[in-house]
Write a protein that binds this ligand. Structure first.
Ligand code: ADP
Length: 509
């Protein structure tokens, strides 16, 4: 076992980057956080300056070490958790990105995704990759960046331009950048590019051809938990030993190690992941199949994933677009001003319905209004929408896995502070919901991956023993009320379908 007492996690999220130093018992000893600048150069475009992100990462490392009164010798390993799918393209010699990163939310590749799906449908790569064709995956963003400048493709073919998701960019910089930086990724990140074969965990030549991506620019796919290389800089010599995409990192941090374990992260959107095992299950109910983690030489473990686009975002909408509340926590008070939603159902299909419905033509509805309904009912229905959307994902997950019921839902994210929502979630699922004592569960997962590879923790049992639940909500709703609530939600979902205005038909010449 290593003598050093701390494990550092770099958690690079969409809006900020953090460095958290964890003690062996899995609790944070120091946290430093820096916001990063988001760029929206056009409608639907969302970019980050990854040099700034790397700069802020170094500042966070410095500050966290200072807070803990620690130096490199006190840190046994470094783990990375990151927003997935975002694309960084940089020059191997100078270490400088050739453009800003195109982040996961960016929809500029909608036309390219439609064109790719025109031949064989959006599921043409699903068996191979676990993913539908969409604007999320990295591949089309990368091709877009390559096509922007006539010299880029040739430079990529020579291996002079490197591609990476944010984990790869951070790993390369942490391990020395142009001076010997390690160019690698892990399967959880690679599985979101639409370029990796989910079964072999290698880049697939057919996919590279279809997306016109040169292999020479791709990082090596290694595991999620192994020594990638020693860090340079302030943590000089400390092994970088863990990489997990943010959602798999959260699943790992929640110690959802067994088949059927489920976590949901309630933030702006919500992300539900369910651990499968060493065989990928291709969803028949609209979920995505993804790599959950791969620990060293052991077989990869897979997960099913579903997401809710409008979770906390709907609370923001009540605040910013309707002015019903001044800040997000206030929604609970407003929702508690009424006993129930009074029959009001709010389906926030603002940009269509995602898993498990996948309907582009859906738009949001507030239905069931009567003369009696007031803003309290609307606030309550808005909160319930997050719980119902989560219940839809759980139902799809159970159908795909053949499991009869959910044991417990492990929850994290900003909305878990909302007691009303969490209780309603337990009620509508008919299963307990639990929130961990350590809120920084994504960073925890990254630290665990790194600490396992370096002997800080002996194995999964020790991590399970570290997991402490801070809050637990037991289901208390009777079956009839739950069934009626779910039926009302489904009727609301039906009303959303076909509401999007049809594409205008060109007038005859
Ligand atoms: P992200 O990581 O996506 O930025 P967070 O986990 O920080 O999100 O959660 C922020 C989201 O949670 C916001 O959309 C906000 O509206 C919502 N939120 C925060 N507090 C509450 C609350 N008490 N009740 C309901 N929603 C909340």
């Amino acid at each position: 076992m290593s003598a050093a007492k701390l494990v550092a996690a770099i958690d690079h999220g969409t809006t900020s980057t953090r460095c958290i130093l964890f003690s062996r018992d899995g609790t944070p000893a120091a946290i430093a956080q820096r916001e990063q600048t988001m760029y929206y150069p056009r409608a639907g475009w969302v970019e980050l300056d990854m040099e700034q992100v790397w700069q802020r990462t170094q500042e966070c490392i410095h500050e966290a070490l200072g807070t803990a009164g620690a130096g490199a010798a006190d840190v046994a390993a470094i783990g990375i958790a990151n927003e997935r799918e975002s694309v960084v393209l940089w020059n191997r010699r100078t270490g400088r990105p050739v453009a800003r990163s195109i982040t996961w939310q960016d929809t500029r590749t909608a036309g390219a995704a439609d064109a790719l799906a025109a031949d064989g449908g959006i599921d043409r790569f699903r068996e191979l990759t676990g993913l539908p064709i969409s604007t999320y995956s990295s591949a089309l963003k990368l091709r877009w960046l390559l096509d922007q400048h006539p010299t880029r493709r040739a430079a990529a073919e020579r291996g002079d331009l490197l591609f990476g998701t944010p984990d790869t960019w951070l790993l390369w910089n942490l391990t020395g950048g142009p001076d010997g930086g390690v160019h690698a990724t892990d399967p959880t990140n690679a599985s979101r590019t639409l370029l990796m074969d989910l079964h072999t965990l290698d880049w697939d030549d057919g996919l590279l051809d279809a997306m016109a991506i040169p292999r020479a620019m791709l990082p090596e796919i290694r595991s999620s938990s192994e020594v990638f290389g020693p860090a340079a800089g302030e943590l000089s010599g400390v092994p970088v030993a863990g990489i997990l995409g943010d959602q798999p990192a959260s699943l790992f941090g929640h110690t959802c190690f067994d088949h059927g374990d489920v976590k949901n992260t309630y933030g702006t959107g919500a992300f539900l992941l369910s651990t499968l095992g060493t065989e990928p299950v291709i969803s028949e109910h609209g979920l995505i199949t993804t790599v959950a983690w791969k620990l060293g030489d052991a077989d990869a473990v897979y997960a099913l994933e579903g997401s809710v686009a409008m979770a906390g975002a709907l609370v923001q909408w009540l605040r910013d677009n309707l002015g019903l509340i001044d800040d997000a926590p206030e929604v609970e008070q407003l929702a508690r001003s009424v006993d129930d939603s009074g029959g009001v159902v709010f389906v926030p299909a603002f940009s269509g319905l995602f898993a498990p419905y996948w309907r582009d033509d859906a738009r949001g509805v507030i239905v069931g209004l009567t003369r009696f309904a007031n803003k309290g009912h609307i606030a309550r229905a808005a909160l319930e929408a997050t719980a119902y959307q989560t219940a839809d994902l759980v139902e799809a997950m159970l159908a795909d896995t053949g499991l009869a019921r959910l044991g417990e839902l492990r929850a994290d994210g900003g909305m878990t502070k909302n007691e009303l929502l969490m209780q309603f979630q337990a009620d509508i699922l008919g299963s307990p919901v639990a929130a961990p004592a350590v809120a920084e569960i994504t960073a925890t997962g990254a630290a665990y991956a790194a600490g396992l590879a370096t002997g800080v923790w002996s194995g999964l049992d020790e991590l399970r023993a570290n997991y402490a639940t801070a809050r637990r909500w037991e289901p208390g709703m009777d079956d009839d009320t739950r069934t009626a609530g779910l039926a009302g939600w489904r009727r609301g979902v039906d009303r959303t379908l076909g509401l999007a205005a049809p594409e205008p038909v060109a007038a005859p010449a």
